[in-house]
Design a protein around this ligand. Structure first.
Ligand SMILES: Cc1ncc(COP(=O)(O)O)c(C=O)c1O
Length: 452
């Protein structure tokens, strides 16, 4: 096997057709090692996935034990001990962190996009059970990201991801996401909630509250808005407005949930009380594709009394090989106090990033909470002018960092839909304070060498 593969070598449809893809050999905690022996700091946990770190033998052993018993059953015919355990544990954490949400049941699928689709179908079915078929619209925010299947993509505020698919996408109602660095209000913390909630009220008045099924939001926004944290009071006010119109709330915690923001549920960090919550990425930790849909008992009761059951299912619904990974990952969360570590080491991480990066010439802003951060690069710090997109600054920076053994997650377009260069940092939750220093040191020295 070569140390790297480049199109047209091999038969894998490589995502990138214009660069060498190193062959990965193994991982260890926050590090990855490729076949040539080169070591990388995985500062973004892949795509914000590897919560318990790479090469975790306890998770591998627990999964192997489950696989030797049974890996797959049809979730419409059977349940299993691991699936029941995982649901019990996620609901117990929700009872502790988000008691007002009253979550009582969890279903498991295998990706974030799938579980977002399932959440939309859940709210739609609920409105049909209630005899309100007119409630078909979803409110989503721009920028945002909810997945790559066609409806999840329709709800995603990422114009450049959607361009190719045009009329194949569905109409959704949109409003602005709070993004502190480019906020239209001068005092984001003081006036942000007022501003963005007023926009929500206007949108509802325009569309008609009784035509809206639900509002979907990431409590802390992922890569589309660089770990943007909402202004104080925002979600409390959103809830009040939506409740007045009977609009249901979906929290998309696929990226920001599972401990990353310093509580297990990012909704708990942002005072968000959703009706439906979805998780992905970090709950399987990269050991199995796993996502979760959390719902309330009274909503499920309405379905039981109506058509009899929640109608959505897919092949891997509740599959034990996936939920075994989830239970093993949660065991590691407890054994290593990873949520506590995300809060404690996350504070150090946020502080050190700001101290070390903000003085650099093209670092416009850093935001985030816990072990999730976004860094926006600008051409001119005084005016916040982004680099022109054609310069491909973030693509060049990512390649520069990768060559130096530092993996971060890029994004573009957040400044105005086209321009804007940012990268996300979200190391595995097992990161130590010494490794935070190593990561920040490596990032600063690489950024100093980088010429946009
Ligand atoms: C907030 C959010 N929702 C949904 C998804 C879709 O998840 P997946 O790529 O597992 O389908 C993502 C993926 O990045 C995400 O960040």
């Amino acid at each position: 096997m070569p140390h790297s593969v480049r199109y047209p070598e091999g038969h894998v449809l490589l995502r990138n057709l214009a660069r060498d893809m190193p062959v990965i050999s193994h991982g260890d905690g926050i590090y990855l090692i490729d076949a040539s022996g080169k070591r990388y700091i995985d500062a973004s946990s892949g795509a914000l996935v590897v919560s318990v770190g790479h090469g975790n033998k306890r998770v591998a052993d627990a999964m192997q034990a489950q696989l030797a018993k049974v890996g797959y059953v049809n979730g419409t015919q059977f349940t299993s001990e691991v699936t029941e355990t995982l649901a019990d544990r996620l609901i117990a954490i929700a009872d502790r962190e988000l008691p007002q949400a009253r979550f009582a049941r969890a279903a498991f699928l295998s990706s974030g996009s799938e579980v977002v689709e399932a959440a939309v179908k859940f709210v739609r079915q609920l409105w049909m059970e209630r005899g309100q078929p007119k409630r078909t619209k979803m409110i989503a925010r721009v920028p945002s990201y909810h997945g790559n299947t066609l409806y999840a993509l329709s709800m995603s505020g990422r114009p450049h991801y959607k361009k190719l698919y045009g009329p194949m996408l569905s109409e959704v109602v949109t409003l602005s996401s709070p993004y502190p660095y480019r906020s239209p209000v001068a005092d984001y913390a003081k006036d942000g909630a007022d501003h963005f909630v007023r926009e929500l009220e206007e949108v509802i008045a325009r569309e008609g509250g009784d035509t809206i099924a639900a509002f979907i939001a990431e409590p802390v926004i992922g890569s589309s808005a660089g770990a943007a944290v909402p202004p104080p009071g925002y979600f409390k006010r959103v809830r009040e407005v939506c409740e007045r119109h009977g609009i249901l709330l979906i929290a998309d915690e696929v990226l920001c949930g599972a401990g990353r923001c310093g509580a297990f549920y990012a909704s708990a960090v942002t005072d968000f009380v959703p009706d439906v919550l979805v998780l992905g990425k970090g709950i399987g930790g990269g050991y199995a594709p796993l996502s979760a849909l959390l719902v309330r008992q009274d909503h499920l009761e309405e379905m039981r009394a109506g058509s009899g059951y929640f109608q959505h299912a897919q092949t891997y619904l509740q599959a034990p090989f996936m939920t075994a990974a989830g239970v093993a990952v949660l065991d590691e969360f407890e054994r290593l106090d990873l949520v506590g570590n995300a809060a404690r080491t996350g504070e150090l991480f946020q502080r050190r990033l700001r101290e070390a990066l903000l003085p650099l010439p093209h670092v416009g802003s850093i935001q985030g909470v816990g072990l999730l951060a976004g860094v926006e690069l600008v051409q001119d710090k005084a005016t916040k002018a982004p680099f022109p997109r054609k310069q491909k600054v973030i693509e060049h920076l990512i390649a520069h960092l990768f060559a130096r053994g530092l993996i971060v997650w890029p994004n573009m377009g957040q400044a105005d839909g086209t321009n804007g260069d940012l990268f996300m940092l979200g190391p595995p939750l097992v990161i130590t304070p010494a490794q935070v220093e190593e990561l920040v040191g490596s990032l600063v020295s690489s950024l100093k060498e980088f010429v946009p």
